[in-house]
Ligand binder design. Structure first.
Ligand SMILES: Cc1ncc(COP(=O)(O)O)c(C=O)c1O
Length: 337
């Protein structure tokens, strides 16, 4: 996407940046003083195709929180994805593009009453919940909602686990399902989230098996259980996840049961989509305890900017030269001088 005349002397790339974005350094004589993001819109179509090929039985509802840029949402809307919104602002953004409310899930188990009313007014019916308190709110503000019961998962291996915050335990589900029925609310299925960048596909297997139990409990409580939401958490690089997930779905939710299966991928679509372009703005020589001299480089973006998720789990990064312009001619893939 950069014009040929872009006046960088040298481009370096750092793989495995936080938030899954590729990470690109522009070094020396750069005429863009501020860091910026490069976006490859073609990549969205490729990632969508990759998702649909890997899990053809699952409809993706893109997680808007991952990147809510209007360009991203427009392209994905045109490609026909659904959308996972976590707040009124996200609902407004997606509805504003003309996306039908039936293509949206309001997938936040703890919602402000005013946002629930907004969803009700605009016909967004699919909502998640994980507590009795939330059921009371929904009964008051959106009695026609179609609810998914969000389950707690084993997500300790993920880069960004959320199960301490969201998700009901399996033991609590029976009570929640009867409470919903007694309040006149329709529970239509179950959902879960295994945490971002899930490295253990078995977490999906366990969660899908737990959802099967919830479906049985739901049927027992008189609900018409017809939708399974397997959340997000898919790594942005190819892995064994889809095979394991497909096997678990075939085992617990075979197609003949007629359950609609949806997912909320974010990182899967975004990891290769964005590249952060930053400058080295200073360097400093420091003497190590053994007497060796090291150079430290300072960037104009960092942990309090684009790389804030790096606080949780720093990812080691290797700089690679990807493009050379101007007088400097370093070796391909050479380390920084
Ligand atoms: C409920 C829910 N669904 C989906 C996502 C997107 O996750 P990922 O980017 O790991 O696919 C998140 C991220 O926090 C989430 O909380």
């Amino acid at each position: 996407m950069l014009p040929e005349s872009t006046p960088f002397s040298l481009w370096l790339s750092w793989m495995e940046a936080p938030q899954g974005q590729g990470f690109l350094i522009c070094f020396l004589h750069c005429s863009f003083p501020n860091p910026f993001m490069l976006a490859d819109l073609d990549m969205l179509a490729s990632r969508h195709q990759a998702f649909c090929q890997a899990l053809p039985q699952v409809s993706p509802f893109y997680a808007v929180k991952c990147n809510s840029s209007p360009w991203v949402l427009c392209v994905l809307a045109a490609l026909g994805t659904g959308f996972d919104c976590a707040s009124q602002v996200e609902l407004e953004q997606v509805l504003g593009l003309g996306v039908a409310p039936s293509r949206i899930i309001y997938a936040n188990p703890s919602k402000p009453a005013s946002h629930i009313r907004y969803a009700a007014r605009h016909g967004v019916q699919l909502l998640t919940f994980d507590s009795e308190e939330e059921l009371t709110k929904v009964a008051q503000h959106h009695p026609g909602a179609r609810l998914l019961l969000r389950l707690r998962t084993q997500d300790r291996q993920s880069t960004f686990p959320l199960s301490t915050k969201f998700g009901a335990s399996l033991e609590a589900c029976g009570h929640l399902l009867t409470s919903a029925r007694d309040l006149g609310l329709a529970v239509v299925g179950a959902s879960f989230y295994v945490g971002s960048n899930c490295q253990t596909p078995q977490s999906f297997t366990q969660a899908i098996a737990d959802c099967r139990c919830v479906f049985e409990m739901g049927h027992g409580a008189g609900h018409d259980m017809s939708c399974l939401d397997i959340g997000g958490g898919f790594p942005g690089t190819e892995d064994s996840g889809p095979k394991v997930i497909s096997a678990a779905l075939a085992q617990d939710f075979p197609e003949e049961r007629g359950v609609k299966v949806i997912a909320e991928p974010g990182r899967f679509y975004m990891e290769s989509f964005c590249t952060a372009a930053v400058n080295i703005i200073a360097k400093k020589a420091v003497l190590e305890p053994g007497g060796s001299r090291q150079l430290m480089y300072y960037l104009n973006d960092g942990h309090y900017g684009s790389f804030r998720l790096g606080h949780r789990k720093p990812v080691p990064r290797v700089p690679i030269v990807v493009k050379v312009r101007g007088p400097l001619q370093p070796q391909e893939s050479s380390p920084l001088p």
